[in-house]
Design a protein around this ligand. Structure first.
Ligand SMILES: C[S@@+](CC[C@H](N)C(=O)[O-])C[C@H]1O[C@@H](n2cnc3c(N)ncnc32)[C@H](O)[C@@H]1O
Length: 244
């Protein structure tokens, strides 16, 4: 049993359109470049593969890619672009599901570790990644740094996006590390659609401890897929751990 929200059919159907900026080659290509390099000859395993935004282009680079994904509707969308021979996917929880194979790379992008809303499940996810890696294999995550510095005392929400079409406020509970993203989209007919995502935020140092518990050590941490240096002002990180 997972604490993750289950992404439903409506969300899955809209996903590629509502995430269009993440499919832009300027965003996607650097991520696929880094993952292809780290995978070497592969094979690679993507946790929370979604509709295949990253997994399919990585497969197109000649690397065998397998996925684990909780939401059947997301997998149904992926299947419109890649069949099961090309990109096999097991429907299950990335903290516990085991698939066949011995991987050179396991990766989990676009903040998706935060979908697991307890610390023990997040530790379970690191352990599950290590379980799928051959010795020396790598686990890579892409994760936002919670923007707590933007909250003055007494405030618990931060505006993340504010356009005519889309308003996003994130809330942060500093005691429990629980977070929500409150989305409001203005539809072409003028109506407003609300959606909410629930997360547990984690700091890079907590990730390193989880990796250590799973028998992995930090190899590199960048601010982004261009391998910019990670600094106190970085808003995200791409971290690479290596299985001992
Ligand atoms: C932001 S999307 C990322 C999808 C894809 N990796 C991408 O980059 O486009 C998050 C994905 O995590 C999946 N997910 C959430 N909790 C999960 C879990 N416990 N195990 C596996 N997948 C999960 C969701 O169903 C969704 O497809």
């Amino acid at each position: 049993m997972t604490t993750s929200d289950l992404w439903d059919e409506d969300t899955a159907r809209r996903y590629d359109e509502t995430s269009a900026e993440m499919f832009d080659p300027s965003v996607l290509d650097p991520a696929v470049d880094v993952l292809a390099e780290l995978a070497g000859h592969g094979p690679a395993l993507e946790f929370a593969i979604g509709t295949g935004r990253v997994g399919i282009p990585l497969r197109d680079r000649g690397i065998q890619v397998t996925g684990i994904e909780l939401s059947q509707p997301m997998v149904d969308q992926l299947r419109r672009r890649a069949d099961a021979d090309r990109v096999p996917v097991t429907v299950g929880d990335m903290a516990t599901t085991r698939v066949e194979g011995d991987f050179s790379l396991v990766y989990l992008v676009w903040n998706s570790i935060s979908n697991l809303r307890t610390q023990s499940e997040q530790v379970g996810c690191f352990r599950n990644a290590a379980r799928h890696l051959r010795p020396g294999g790598r686990f890579v995550i892409e994760l936002w740094v919670p923007p707590i510095r933007r909250m003055p005392p007494g405030q618990h929400a931060v505006p993340m996006t504010a356009t005519d079409e889309h308003l996003v406020f994130d809330t942060y509970d500093l005691v429990t590390q629980q977070s929500t993203s409150q989305h409001y989209w203005t539809e072409p007919d003028g109506s407003v659609r609300h959606g909410v995502g629930r997360f547990r935020y984690i700091w890079p140092a907590e990730c390193d401890l989880m990796a250590q518990l799973a028998g992995m050590e930090l190899e590199a941490r960048y601010a982004d897929w261009h391998r910019q240096p990670f600094t106190a002002d970085s808003q995200s990180h791409v971290s690479v751990w290596r299985r001992r």
